[in-house]
Design a protein around this ligand. Structure first.
Ligand code: OSB
Ligand code: MG
Length: 370
């Protein structure tokens, strides 16, 4: 695969409603799309950074800078035999996993198109249908949250995840658990607590949660091990796991019993698969996290979720939950049983709506092989 051209676009998209987490509110998204043309075939990827450095250290602007000034110049004109070789090419760049993932995943899509196979097949996926959950942002009061949960349960989603933060936690989760005694329920703190809050966090054991996601600091695996030893609820790590070596550390220290895999956070499909493999070897279930992606990022998540170790419902839900109009066709649709059928056509299996993308684009950068 000779990388003949790279096109970077920043698009603006407004979420249907604001999404509140412990680190802030998101609504107006600034999303970077990466198009890679290899041997005349186009592949698409999405950079899943947020607008500000509050989920991890990356932002839309840092990713634009790193791709424009370091990744694209290193990649243009190169020949790769498979997308897995990309990571070695950029291994000198420290961090910036989301910037790398946007580019790497575009190469995976191009490779799948060239081989005439679905991205899921190319990755080694085995499922043709994946099970979906939803992530629900922080609400003003427990009653409003219960209403929202009811709406999503009626749509058929198989697991409900509630965003929490200090002051918006026990009463909210308790109200939902009482209204829905049987649902698969989890919470996500996005790093809002400290190890000193262990006794408070232990109260969540009453709610029979599937997991508590990332309660403590984003760079603290060891504190999670100390906390897990005090809790019945399984801890799931999100922010802490930026590569397979961290997954190995977390598992061997018993810092978590579940891992959330996000393509952007770990640097792309190749590393995501390594995290998956390490977790599988150690009997740790994984699921695919979301970053409020446009359709392009979303369908990469669908493909990754088909690997055998993804045994828990992911935060991979319908385009219509997020956007009035998604940039792919068909849009991602969820069945009444809360599942997504995995496309079997080549690549990501959805067409990019290029006219709509053009309309949403606010800046572009291009590289062409000499
Ligand atoms: O921690 O999983 C998270 C969104 C933005 C940043 C971090 C997270 C999230 C979500 C949304 O939970 C998941 C989705 O895309 O629906
Ligand atoms: Mg999370």
């Amino acid at each position: 695969m000779k990388i003949e051209a790279i096109i970077l676009r920043e698009i603006r998209m407004r979420l249907k409603s604001p999404f509140e987490t412990s680190f802030g509110v998101m609504q107006d998204r600034r999303i970077i799309l990466v198009e890679v043309i290899a041997d005349g075939v186009s592949g698409w990827g999405e950079v899943t950074s947020t607008e500000g450095p509050f989920y991890n250290s990356e932002t839309t602007d840092t990713a634009w800078h790193i791709i424009s000034d370091f990744i694209a110049p290193a990649l243009i004109g190169k020949s790769l035999s498979t997308a897995t070789e990309f990571a070695t090419l950029v291994s000198g760049i420290r961090g910036h996993e989301m910037a790398k993932a946007g580019v790497e995943n575009a190469i995976w899509d191009a490779e799948a198109h060239q081989k005439g196979v679905s991205l899921s097949k190319l990755l080694g996926g085995t499922r043709v249908e994946i099970v979906c959950g939803v992530s629900i942002g922080i609400r003003p009061d427990p009653a409003a949250l219960v209403n929202k949960v009811e709406e999503e349960v009626l749509r058929g989603y198989n697991r409900i995840k509630l965003k929490i933060k200090p002051g918006r936690d026990l009463g909210f989760v308790s109200a939902v658990r009482h209204a829905f005694p049987e649902i698969q329920l989890s919470v996500d703190a996005n790093c809002a607590y400290q190890l000193e809050d262990a006794l408070h966090l232990k109260k969540f054991d009453d709610f029979r949660l599937l997991m508590i996601e990332q309660p403590l600091q984003w760079d603290e695996i060891h504190s999670h091990a100390k906390l897990q030893a005090q809790l019945q609820s399984p801890i799931c790590l999100d922010e802490c796991i930026t590569h397979a070596r961290h997954a190995f550390t977390a598992i061997t220290w018993c810092a978590c019993r579940v891992v959330n895999i996000k393509l952007g956070r770990v640097g792309g499909h190749t590393e995501a698969r390594r995290v998956h493999d390490i977790c599988s070897t150690h009997g740790i279930p994984v699921w695919c996290g979301g970053m409020l992606e446009s359709g392009i990022g979303r369908v990469h998540n669908v493909a990754m979720s088909t690997l055998p170790g993804f045994t828990l419902p992911g935060d991979v839900s319908a385009s219509q939950r997020y956007w009035d109009e998604d940039i792919i066709e068909p849009e991602v649709e969820v069945t009444t049983r809360g599942t997504i059928h995995v496309p079997q056509t080549p690549g990501i299996g959805h067409k990019v709506r290029s006219k709509l993308v053009d309309r949403l684009t606010v800046r572009t950068n291009r590289w062409k092989a000499a």
